[in-house]
Design a protein around this ligand. Structure first.
Ligand SMILES: Nc1nc2c(ncn2[C@@H]2O[C@H](COP(=O)(O)OP(=O)(O)OP(=O)(O)O)[C@@H](O)[C@H]2O)c(=O)[nH]1
Ligand SMILES: [Mg+2]
Length: 533
């Protein structure tokens, strides 16, 4: 098998945005158009119940939001796609940011009625820093949307990125009929289908073709012509290099829920998005064609399949070829491990896979020692350090109200901590055995409680802790030095899971005061990374 050929046909990308812009809906439609599902939402759909392939978790179905990222691998038009749907809510952004380290491009979804929302902006910044190419989908054009020229202008102004509209909406809101493809100079008029479960029938023709114009009013048609003329006058052409450098975003309009513009997005994305590239780690460039197999773990998830009740480590393959049963070096334990249970993933479904290539995300089962951020490789000189960490901002004790179920409670919590669903801290010199949870956002507490109950049968009770700020102390600090610190009222010393010392403060002011009174002990918002972290 020609590895270069396999790499060239891989497309590994994430769908990102502010909550509710329509990422999961679009994911589902990409699966429909990509031929990976027969009916959108059909895998688990019951009547009138919102259920998708991507949001498979109990709590996601219940709340109608994505809580955890999902991997969907499928083949389309000669390509092998690894698609990652991400949660938009900021409380789950740790998961989303980890996914961004594992992809080569993103599709940014924007609600056309709302424009650029705060979380989209933050995620965009991360993509820009990483130089990830960004494709934009202006979604929900079937609802009264902002003027498309304003939307384009907002992208340029607020995000500071070049914009190339690949297509343009025809009609707005209830009058939305389709899009004009500026590259092929054709109009694509769609018909709505009940529930958007099947592909939307489409008519393609010239701009002035009466059959294609459908029921568009003269005024609306004239407005569209004017807008298109303005775009032409602006004279921008599609700049492939700028797109690949993340400096220009190609923009596609449509409506995910109605399947409008999904095919054009999918084909346009595949045509212009990059295959896996080299990664630079510690000054060394690791090309995907490098004969050594390497990859890193960016996510761990247990109980995806209630029949198996095991945990899956998600690895992004970065170089070389993966073969089932191969033996690799595991960075955390510095031991050799044999990878005998490997799977390709499709939401919560899995299938044994014998080989994988750079760009692929595969699931490895049966390795309790694997943690987020670990490198697996046949060349121990390769070490990826991709995974970002976040500073917790919410703190709560988690009580076990049912002593008879202590085992389930502890086992469940340990698993969730290993998945990185939440962080935990241990108070120094304390006899309190109740775990102290530390979250980026409070919805994470809810996820922990829900999953403990539904996956481990363990009830739990939250109790607010009196701190709001955590800061890390220098890693090498000695016990005597900790004893000698003068802490502000209400502050406490604690350790994170990696046994790094931290200080918990009641508020920002108190943390600053500590800084003033302990000038020789610098605090940081995150643990200082050591070589092996
Ligand atoms: N009118 C309209 N509604 C849409 C469209 N696409 C998605 N929606 C609706 O928007 C809501 C949110 O959709 P999701 O796909 O769950 O959004 P999301 O971005 O995945 O949300 P999170 O993962 O929770 O951040 C749902 O009620 C969808 O039915 C669209 O094109 N038009
Ligand atoms: Mg979602």
């Amino acid at each position: 098998m020609d590895i270069a050929k396999e790499i060239r046909r891989r497309r590994t990308f994430a769908i990102i945005s502010h909550p509710d812009a329509g990422k999961t809906t679009l994911t589902e439609k990409l699966l429909l158009y990509g031929g990976a599902v027969q009916l959108a939402g059909s895998v688990t759909a019951r009547k009138n119940q919102r259920a998708t392939t991507s949001d498979w978790m109990e709590l996601e179905k219940k709340r109608g939001i994505s809580i955890s990222s999902t991997v969907l691998q499928f083949d389309y038009d000669g390509y092998r796609l690894n698609l990652l749907d991400t949660p938009g809510h900021k409380d789950f952004s740790e998961d989303t940011y980890r996914v961004l380290t594992a992809v080569d491009a993103v599709v940014m979804v924007i609600d056309s009625a709302k424009g650029i929302e705060p979380q989209t902006r933050k995620l965009f910044e991360v993509c820009r820093q990483r130089g990830v190419p960004i494709f934009t989908f202006m979604n929900k054009c079937d609802r009264p949307m902002k003027n498309p020229l304003e939307l384009i202008d907002e992208l340029e102004r607020v995000l500071g990125i070049g914009v190339f509209p690949v297509n343009w909406p025809i009609g707005n809101g209830p009058e939305f009929q389709g899009v004009y493809d500026r590259q092929t100079k054709t109009m694509h008029t769609f018909e709505r289908v009940v529930g958007g479960k099947h592909r939307a029938p489409v008519t393609v023709g010239g701009l002035h073709d009466p059959a294609v114009r459908g029921s568009l009013s003269d005024a609306e048609f004239r407005k569209t012509l004017e807008e298109l003329e303005m775009l032409e006058l602006a004279g921008e052409s599609f700049d492939e290099a700028a797109v690949l450098a993340g400096k220009t975003t190609p923009v596609f309009f449509g409506s995910g829920v109605n399947n409008f513009g999904v095919q054009l997005l999918l084909d346009g994305f595949l045509k212009h998005s990059p295959a896996p590239k080299s990664r630079v780690m510690g000054g060394i460039e690791i090309a995907p064609e490098n004969p050594a197999f390497s990859g890193f773990i960016f996510k761990i998830q247990a109980n995806m399949d209630l029949k198996h009740r095991d945990r899956i480590a998600f690895i992004r393959v970065c170089s070389g070829k993966f073969d089932r049963d191969m033996t690799v070096h595991h960075s955390r334990s510095e031991k050799k491990v044999r990878l005998s249970s490997s799977h390709k993933l499709f939401g919560n479904e899995r299938e044994t896979v014998g080989e994988a290539y750079p760009g692929d995300v595969i699931g490895l089962v049966g390795h309790d020692s694997f943690g987020i951020g670990d490198t697996l490789t046949t060349d121990p000189k390769i070490l990826y350090k991709e995974i970002p960490r976040f500073t917790p901002e919410a703190f709560s004790y988690l009580h076990n109200p049912n002593t008879g179920k202590f085992k389930q409670f502890r086992q469940g919590l340990d698993q969730l901590l290993q998945e990185g669903v939440i962080q935990a801290l241990y108070l120094r010199n304390s006899s309190i055995k109740t775990p102290l949870l530390a979250a980026v956002g409070p919805l994470q507490f809810e996820v922990v409680q829900f999953r403990l109950e539904s996956e481990y049968g363990a009830e739990s009770r939250l109790e607010a802790a009196p701190w709001n700020v955590v800061r890390w102390l220098p890693t090498g600090i000695k016990e005597e030095e900790l004893d000698a610190l003068s802490l502000p009222t209400g502050a406490r010393l604690a350790y994170d899971l990696g046994k790094n010392p931290v200080v918990l403060f009641q508020n920002e002011w108190s943390a600053n005061y500590f800084g003033e009174t302990n000038k020789n002990t610098p605090l940081s918002a995150l643990p200082v990374q050591t070589a092996r972290e």
